[in-house]
Design a binder for this molecule. Structure first.
Ligand code: ZN
Length: 260
C-alpha cells in the first residue's frame, strides 16, 4: 500500500477528502474530551465558583465547607480583604486603613504644642512616610490606638525607668514619646551630618512610631547610603546620610499585621 501510494499519489480531490476526514476525527475527539471535562468538572466542583489568580489578593476565594475547615490554617485567606487590612481597629475608608492616635504633653513643656500636633500629623500622613503602608493616621481627642507625647526631657524616663532616658526619645507600649529637648534642637549626630531641624522632627516621629508599628533598630548599610529610619540617627549616623523617611524595605508593620 505504501509503495502504491508513493507510486500513485492521490489526486487533489482525494487529498482534500483525506484532510476533511482528519478534521472530522479531530473535531469528534475534541467534543468527546469536552464532554468528559464538563462531567468531571461538575462532579469535582459542584456549582461554578470564581477562583482567584494567585497574584490577586483582593479576589474572593470560594467559601470552604466544614469538611475542609481544617485546611484553614494553611490555605489562602477565604475573604476578599487581606488579614492585614481588616485587623482589629482598622477600617477601609478612602485613603486606606485608619489608625487613630492622641497627642499629649508630659511635664513642663515650653515648646509650641499646636505646632507639634500639626507637624506630627504632617509626618504621619506624608506620602513619603508610614502612610505608604496604606494607613491614614487620624488624631482623636481620646481613645486613640497610641499616644504621641511631647515630653519634658526629665519626664521621659517616667514612662520606663529602665528603657527610657532623658537624653533621647522613646517608645513604650502605646506611648510614643518625643523628647522636647530633641524636638527643639535635633541632635549633634544629625545636625553634624547636615540634617535640618524639620527633617529631624520627621525622623524622630517616624522612628518612634516605627517602634510602635513593631520595628526594631537597623544599622547603616554603607557609607553615604541613606539611613534606615529605624537606625538610631539621633545617636550616630554610622557614615550614612540623614534620612527622615522609612526606606522601601522598612514598609511593614507587625503591629498592624502588615507584611512586607
Ligand atoms: Zn529606637
Amino acid at each position: 500500500m505504501i509503495a502504491k501510494a508513493l507510486l500513485n499519489p492521490p489526486k487533489r480531490q482525494d487529498t482534500m477528502n483525506l484532510h476533511m476526514s482528519r478534521i472530522r476525527k479531530v473535531a469528534l475527539y475534541a467534543v468527546s474530551l469536552l464532554g468528559v471535562g464538563v462531567a468531571v468538572g461538575g462532579m469535582a466542583f459542584g456549582q461554578t465558583v470564581e477562583t482567584c489568580k494567585t497574584t490577586d489578593p483582593f479576589c474572593f476565594q470560594p467559601q470552604l465547607t466544614s469538611t475542609t475547615d481544617r485546611l484553614d490554617a494553611v490555605s489562602q485567606p477565604r475573604i476578599a480583604t487581606p488579614a492585614w487590612l481588616s485587623a482589629a481597629g482598622g477600617s477601609t475608608q478612602s485613603g486606606g486603613r485608619e489608625v487613630t492616635y492622641v497627642a499629649a504633653t508630659k511635664g513642663n513643656v515650653s515648646a509650641n504644642f499646636n505646632e507639634f500636633k500639626t507637624q506630627v500629623n504632617e509626618t504621619l500622613n506624608s506620602p513619603e512616610g508610614w502612610s505608604r503602608l496604606g494607613v491614614r493616621f487620624v488624631r482623636v481627642e481620646s481613645g486613640g490606638q497610641f499616644t504621641v507625647w511631647l515630653s519634658e526631657a526629665s519626664q521621659v524616663p517616667s514612662f520606663s525607668p529602665s528603657g527610657c532616658d532623658a537624653i533621647v526619645s522613646c517608645t513604650v507600649g502605646n506611648n510614643v514619646i518625643i523628647n522636647e529637648t530633641r524636638w527643639l534642637n535635633g541632635s549633634d549626630a544629625w545636625n553634624g551630618a547636615g540634617g535640618s531641624l524639620r527633617n529631624y522632627r520627621h525622623m524622630v516621629v517616624n522612628h518612634e512610631t516605627g517602634h510602635w508599628l513593631g520595628h526594631g533598630h537597623e544599622y547603616c548599610s554603607g557609607a553615604g547610603q541613606p539611613a534606615s529610619v529605624m537606625q538610631q540617627q539621633t545617636i550616630n549616623m554610622q557614615g550614612c546620610a540623614p534620612n527622615p523617611w522609612p526606606l522601601a524595605h522598612e514598609l511593614y508593620a507587625p503591629k498592624l499585621g502588615i507584611r512586607s
